[in-house]
Design a protein around this ligand. Structure first.
Ligand code: FAD
Length: 383
């Protein structure tokens, strides 16, 4: 096994590193306080090709493999998880899903603007009453001539107020549970679609998270992505790959925690020498470093499996489970290294901890990942 990056992968990683150090990290604290990332960042991400990774070039994508995608996502996560989330959703959950499931017209219409950053996508699965049990969603799309009329609401939608297109999941037939779910590409300016930004989040404050309310939203029948009744498969396939990008973002958080902890420990003095001399501080730092490496290797394994066309869903759940819990641990350990200063907004580790905290909740909670992994191991479904 060779873990050495190819020239192309190393170059894209360096490009992302430089971009993050220059354009993201210096602004992350201010965007967090303002609860708004500067929207111009989206076009910059598009210009660098970061919104088109793994998407075929004929649709405006920048090609690249999943390891390159993971490397870029890690770097963005190191800089600001609010920015990383824009990419994970607009590219990871929406554009990649259109590329995988869309017909020619849908790909030609949506992929060029999504990959260039001229448009932003959001993923509308969760509802006020259905989170982990997404297959029971209640939003309904009813066929009316050549169109569908959609009614319902969606909760906690990342990019919700910024999005130009919603990959929306709604119940079409009478089939129970996930079998009755279909996917639609709904332009966000369709009459009847109202978006309400959610403020006061613990972390990811710079990210535009919204509730979507749909009242008689009419879309042409060709807005349906994939055949009728296949919506849940579309959602699950998107989330399986999405888990790799969340895991990579978590590696970025843990790496940022490690960098901050080492930097502080080698400067701050107590008892006449830097705190790095104290063995218990070294233990905190070592624990972060092991978490970084383990989470990164699990994430790279998923990328490798996807790129080789092998099954990867269980490994993606393992990587997401471990990396998200590791990011929380790492940020918490870094905060401990900073002592009381870690608790103050002026230092970066508090934000890392707040941003990390949601990673064990979205795109499948840690409990749900354990059930997915348990099902693969035992053949018994606990759902
Ligand atoms: C900042 C943010 C951004 C988000 N972005 C998006 C987005 O872009 N698109 C989208 O569709 N959704 C998004 N979500 C929603 C997210 O995916 C859900 O919050 C998540 O799936 C959990 O659903 P829930 O909050 O309804 O919790 P619930 O499903 O109500 O779970 C509550 C608790 O019960 C546990 N639980 C539930 N079922 C079981 C079970 N069978 N066994 C054991 N434990 C169980 C859960 O693990 C959790 O601890 C986002 C959420 C947040 C906070």
């Amino acid at each position: 096994m060779n873990l050495e990056l190819s020239e192309e992968q190393a170059a894209v990683r360096q490009l992302a590193k430089d971009f993050v150090d220059r354009e993201i990290t210096p602004h992350a604290a201010a965007w967090d306080r303002a609860e708004r990332v500067d929207r111009s960042v989206v076009k910059k991400l598009g210009g660098l090709g970061f919104l088109g990774l793994t998407v075929p070039e004929e649709y405006g994508g920048s090609g690249g493999d999943h390891l390159a995608y993971a490397l870029v996502t890690e770097e963005l996560g190191r800089g600001d998880s609010a920015v990383r989330g824009i990419v994970s959703v607009s590219l990871g959950l929406v554009a990649k899903t259109v590329a995988a499931w869309g017909d020619e017209d849908q790909k030609r219409r949506w992929l060029p603007p999504l990959t260039s950053g001229d448009a932003v996508g959001c993923f509308g699965l969760t509802e006020p009453g259905t989170g982990s049990d997404a297959g029971s969603l209640a939003t309904r799309a009813v066929r009316d001539g050549d169109s569908y009329v959609i009614n319902g609401s969606k909760m906690f939608i990342t990019n919700g107020t910024w999005a130009d297109v919603v990959l929306l999941f709604a119940r079409t037939g009478d089939a129970p549970g996930h079998k009755g779910v279909s996917a639609f590409l709904v332009p966000a300016d369709t009459p009847g679609l109202e978006r309400r930004e959610i403020h006061g989040k613990l972390g990811l404050r710079g990210q535009a998270t919204a509730e979507l309310v749909l009242q008689d939203v009419r879309v042409p029948a060709d807005a349906m992505l994939a055949p009728e009744g296949k919506g849940f498969s579309v959602a699950m396939s998107a989330l399986a790959k999405g888990r790799m990008s969340v895991a990579a973002g978590c590696v970025g958080i843990a790496q940022a925690a490690l960098d901050a902890a080492v930097g502080y420990a080698t400067e701050r003095e107590q008892f006449g020498r830097t705190i790095a001399h104290h063995q218990l501080v070294q233990e905190l730092i070592t624990d972060i470093a092991v978490d970084v490496d383990a989470a990164r290797l699990l994430t790279w394994r998923v990328a490798d499996l996807i790129d080789r066309g092998e099954p990867f869903a269980t490994e993606a759940s393992k990587a997401k489970l471990f990396a998200s819990e590791a990011a929380v641990r790492a940020a918490n350990n870094a905060l401990q290294v900073f002592g009381g200063y870690g608790y103050i907004d002026e230092y970066p580790v508090g934000k890392l901890l707040r941003d990390a905290r949601v990673m064990t909740l979205y795109e499948g909670t840690s409990q749900i990942q354990k059930l997915v992994i348990g099902r693969a191991l035992t053949g018994v479904s606990a759902f």
